[in-house]
Design a protein around this ligand. Structure first.
Ligand code: UDP
Length: 328
């Protein structure tokens, strides 16, 4: 039987496919390639199509023997979600309902769902626990939380079991150097900093320097994409071994400020990396740091690349060898 990975040609999806293949899983990748890259799919069977198309997704389940689903396919850009929230509801919520409906009809009862720290909004505690309140401050986070709630009822009423993984800041690239981060337009801090190091961008803008943090810039919890990917394999095996649904945070439990990230990138790249102060970005919480104790304890998740210097080194290798992303 196969594992269906929606959005498997995206950044985290492609790294998860790589981990699944290493674990000898049979993988089907479903991706519209609207934002994914077919070059990032290192193996398995790629089916191109869109989850917004109900007939298409029903057909995928009819024609394949699917054991479980790992669901990444979604829009992820917070700024874009505030400009066009309905597009996000359509692609992130309606698509997932189509997927759950197809799963239900085909009798597929296991799903790992790609969620986000953005479901918490402005945190009440640091580090953030899975039981803390969820009050998203943007439509992106709200669409992910809406799906989480649908999953809860799909579990209790339909018996579809889930593991929800709430990611903090996914970063870095695969150790092989073959796959990495390629968003267009790029909005994430580490790739933007490395574009400055490569001379593709003049400077990195620091969004706000008067946050209530030691150096005034926002603090985030950066987690290596392969460690993140590995958690999906553990989540899948958990669904195979016991019948309970769970929510887990995924971060390193250690925060770095924007200024600290730039400083480490200077060290890794040996480049000066010019920074300039810019206005705050709306809806950016000052500090987001995860407690990942639950997944460490329950699923024995053991991050291998949890040092920020290593994370940036892997990203730097990817960006140096792929300055135009998958267009080389
Ligand atoms: N950030 C920044 N300049 C940029 C991009 C991001 O100062 O050009 C900051 C942003 O305000 C946040 C942190 O870097 O505090 C990480 O942002 P990113 O978009 O990478 O991830 P997010 O935390 O929003 O998911």
């Amino acid at each position: 039987m196969s594992i269906l990975v929606t959005g498997g040609a995206g950044y985290i999806g492609s790294h998860t496919v790589a981990e699944l293949l290493e674990n000898k899983e049979d993988v089907i990748i479903l991706d519209s390639l609207e934002r994914g890259h077919k070059e990032s799919v290192l193996g398995g069977k790629l089916i191109i199509g869109d989850l917004r198309d109900k007939e298409f997704i029903n057909k995928v389940f009819k024609e394949n023997d699917i054991e479980a689903v790992i669901h990444f396919a979604a829009y992820i850009e917070v700024g874009e979600s505030t400009v066009d929230p309905l597009k996000f509801y359509n692609n992130n919520v309606v698509s997932t309902l189509n997927l759950l409906n197809a799963m239900n009809e085909a009798g597929v009862k296991k799903i790992v769902f790609s969620s986000t720290a953005a479901t918490y909004g402005e945190p009440e505690n640091i580090p953030i626990l899975e039981t803390d309140k969820t009050l998203p401050t943007n439509p992106y986070g709200e669409t992910k939380l809406t799906v989480e709630k649908a999953l809860k009822w799909a579990d209790s009423c339909l018996g579809i079991k889930h593991v929800i993984l709430r990611y903090f800041n996914a970063s870095g690239a695969h150790m092989s150097g073959k796959i990495g981060e390629d968003h267009n337009p790029e909005t994430h801090l580490i790739p933007l900093i490395l574009q400055v190091a490569l001379g593709k961008r003049e400077d990195i803008k620091i969004f706000g320097t008067d946050y209530p943090t030691p150096d005034g810039t926002c603090i985030r919890d950066y987690i290596h994409v392969t460690d993140l990917a590995n958690a999906h394999v553990l989540a899948l095996n958990k669904l195979r071994n016991d019948n309970s649904s769970q929510i887990y945070n995924l971060g390193n439990g250690k925060g770095f400020s924007v200024k600290e990230v730039i400083e480490i990138a200077r060290k890794v790249t040996g480049q000066p990396i010019k920074s300039v102060v810019a206005p705050k970005r709306t809806g950016d919480p000052a500090i987001l740091v995860a407690s990942s104790e639950k997944i460490i304890k329950e699923l024995k998740w053991a991050p291998r690349y949890n040092d920020l210097e290593t994370i940036i080194e892997t990203a730097w290798t990817w960006h140096k060898t792929h300055p135009k992303g998958y267009n080389i």
